[in-house]
Design a protein around this ligand. Structure first.
Ligand code: 0GY
Length: 298
C-alpha cells in the first residue's frame, strides 16, 4: 500500500498466484525483461508519468524469479519512474549480483551519476518511442545520450511500434552501441511472417550485427489469446532460429498497461520451448546471450 499513489482505475495487477511452469529453464537462466514499480511511498512515481501502476517491488520480483526457476533478472526502468532510477538501483543493490539494469537518463546526467549506476549493475539505457508512454524527441536528443553511455560500454534498448521502424531506422543504425529491440518491434501478428512490417524488422536484424531482439511480450501482441499465444509463437520462433546469438527472453512482469488480460507468468514460461525448440537454442536464449550482454560486457 502506498500513502501517496492510487493506481489507475483500469489498472490490472500482476497475477497473484501464477502456475508452476511445466518447462524447467536451464541453470543460470535470465529473465531479461522485467520491472519494479515503487513502492510509491518509498520511490515516488514521476510527475510526468502517463500511468500510475500498482506497486510491484523487488521482493515480489525476486520471489517470482525463484518460483519460475530463473537465476537472474534484467530490470528495465519503466516510464512511470521517469529518469529517477532509485527503485531500479535499490533492486540491483539488493540482488547480490543476480540482477542487471537498464536505466533512463536525461541530458545533463553527470559522469559520476553514470559511474554510480554502473557500479550498481546498470548496463544500458532505454529509449521509448511508444507515443502512449512518452513524448517524442528529436534524433539529436537520443544520439547525444547514446554517445555518453557508449563510453561505459553500455548498450541501448529501444521500444517502438512496428510502423515506426522505417522512420527511426537511420537513428537506430547510427548508435555506436548494441541496440536491443523490445518485444520484436511489436509486430501485428495477424499479418504473415513475410508481410512488410515484420520483413523490415528481420532486415533490420540481418543488416545490423549490433542489433538484438527480445522475443518477449506474447501477451501484448496476441489476438488469439492465452495461455497458448499461438499466433505469436511463429514470429518469436522465426527470430530465435534466424538470430540465435542475438535474442533475449523476459517475462515483462508486472506487465504494465495490460488491458485484455493479466498473464499467468507460468504459462509465459511454458511458451519458451515452443519458440526455442532445442536445448541449445534455449541455452543461448536464456543463459549465454544475456550473460554475454549483461554480465560479461558483450
Ligand atoms: C513494457 C511495456 C510497456 C510499458 C513500459 O516503460 C514503460 O512504461 O515499457 C507498455 O505499456 O507497453 O515493456 O513494459
Amino acid at each position: 500500500m502506498t500513502a501517496t499513489f492510487t493506481p489507475d482505475a483500469d489498472w490490472l495487477r500482476f497475477h497473484p498466484d501464477p502456475s508452476k511452469p511445466g518447462y524447467t529453464p536451464p541453470p543460470g537462466a535470465v529473465d531479461a525483461h522485467c520491472h519494479v514499480f515503487g513502492p510509491g511511498d518509498v520511490f515516488p512515481y514521476a510527475p510526468e508519468r502517463k500511468y500510475t501502476p500498482a506497486d510491484a517491488g523487488k521482493e515480489q520480483l525476486f520471489a517470482l524469479r525463484d518460483y519460475l526457476g530463473f537465476d537472474r533478472n534484467v530490470i528495465v526502468q519503466a516510464t512511470c519512474h521517469g529518469a529517477d532510477n532509485s527503485a531500479l538501483v535499490d533492486a540491483l543493490l539488493a540482488a547480490d549480483g543476480r540482477a542487471r539494469g537498464v536505466a533512463t537518463i536525461r541530458p545533463g546526467v553527470s559522469r559520476s551519476e553514470l559511474d554510480d549506476m554502473n557500479a550498481a549493475g546498470v548496463r544500458g539505457i532505454r529509449f521509448n518511442f511508444v507515443r502512449r508512454l512518452t513524448d517524442p524527441k528529436p534524433d539529436e536528443y537520443y544520439r547525444g545520450l547514446a554517445d555518453r553511455v557508449a563510453e561505459l560500454g553500455w548498450h541501448i534498448v529501444v521500444y517502438f511500434e512496428a510502423a515506426d521502424l522505417a522512420e527511426r531506422w537511420q537513428l537506430f543504425t547510427s548508435f555506436p552501441t548494441p541496440v536491443v529491440v523490445d518485444h520484436m518491434g511489436r509486430p501485428d501478428v495477424t499479418q504473415p511472417l513475410d508481410g512488410p512490417d515484420f520483413s523490415l524488422f528481420t532486415r533490420f536484424l540481418t543488416e545490423n550485427e549490433n542489433a538484438w531482439s527480445k522475443v518477449s511480450g506474447p501477451e501484448r501482441l496476441t489476438k488469439s489469446g492465452p495461455p497458448q499465444y499461438a499466433d505469436v509463437v511463429p514470429f518469436a520462433r522465426h527470430i530465435v532460429e534466424t538470430f540465435p546469438g542475438r535474442v533475449l527472453w523476459g517475462t515483462d512482469w508486472p506487465h504494465p498497461n495490460m488491458k485484455s488480460h493479466m498473464p499467468d507468468d507460468g504459462a509465459l514460461v511454458d511458451v519458451i520451448p515452443r519458440i526455442a525448440v532445442t536445448g541449445e537454442l534455449q541455452r543461448r536464449l536464456l543463459v549465454d546471450n544475456p550473460l554475454r550482454l549483461y554480465w560479461e560486457g558483450r
